[in-house]
Design a binder for this molecule. Sequence first.
Ligand SMILES: *Cc1c(COP(=O)(O)O)cnc(C)c1O
Length: 400
Amino acid sequence: MTQNWKDEAGRDLMSLGGRLANLERGKGSHVWDTDGGRYLDFLGGIAVNCLGHAHPVVIDAITQQAGRLIHVSNYFATPQQLELASRLKRLAGTGDEGRVFLANAGTEANETAIKLARLHGNKHGLGTILCLNGAFHGRTTGALALTPKAAYQDPFAPLMPGVKAIDPTIAALEEAFAAGDVAAIFAEPIQGEAGVVPLPEGFLVRARELATEHNALLILDEVQTGSGRTGEWFAHQHLGITPDAVTIAKSVGAGFPLGALITYGSASELFYPGTHNSTFGGNPLASAVANAVLEFIESENLLENVTARGAELREKVAALPLVASTRGAGLLIGIVLDAPVAADVAAEALTRGLVINAPAPDVIRLAPAYTIGDSEIAEFLDIFTASLDAVAAQNQENAR
Ligand SMILES: *Cc1c(COP(=O)(O)O)cnc(C)c1O
């Protein structure tokens, strides 16, 4: 592979990121690098490219809307934005009281949710926002304060105050609410960046009960799990609970950047004019793409494919060498290995033309397109099995 992310003098062109390969185009579940190398993309841009690459629905939405209207100030509404808000309310099941704030990414949607939590807390004299150990809510300063990982947080201390991190256990949850002062609790139904770790059975149901009892908001970060990724539009819908607010991003634009905060019930009354806004958030181009993507997922019943292909992948992968167990839901899959060699497996897979990643030392994550079928799964199993075999052989070699 050419290391053409450096300039002619060998200096890095980018300050951070982008070291594995130089990708220049994609089609369906495949991407190609600048040397013509072809890869099967089972990471999907980290749970983003839900329709794969260069999908005609996305191309048409971008090109048609680009020729009509890309941006207006937020003094004005646009039909695309109103359609998206109403569609998200319907899919999230907010009923009439729901409201939507459109942002440009997941972190931004979470920042909006943090401000929602503060508005609620300040109204009721509650100062603490709870977050969970293992959580990832983003890298901006507010979201970072809710992302309790030393490597991410420590260089940027002091962090936003009024945040308490607890273990994701029902006992810790009950203790934190018993201590009082809780304005809101933030949680991901499945902790994607931690290694596709689902919350313990009953955790979110109990969080809903306690939040209601203590007049706190239950705010779900579904940036990775939402927009159909787990086989329901939102992962919490598997549990039959209703949050006070939910954030999405990643798959909702199938690669076009956008995010959203969706509020339920009285949480929808907290923001008032002047308290928040975004120049680009909710622009008609991003909104048109999200409308087209969500409509396509719905009309093609792609959530059924997400559920079925997810189950098929988890079953087939469970039988492979080095695999201890699998977890996740739909097409957000964590493959737990019986040794901390996930980074080696991901690197080996890349050299064999498969894009996956290792969110934890012993976990491989898959987040492929909702459109995958028999041929993509067969190709994945071929390359993934060969990669596991190669790493297992290397391990034996090293042990000798
Ligand atoms: C990716 C992610 C974010 C951050 O979203 P960006 O679009 O990168 O800002 C926040 N929360 C969760 C759960 C995520 O997976």
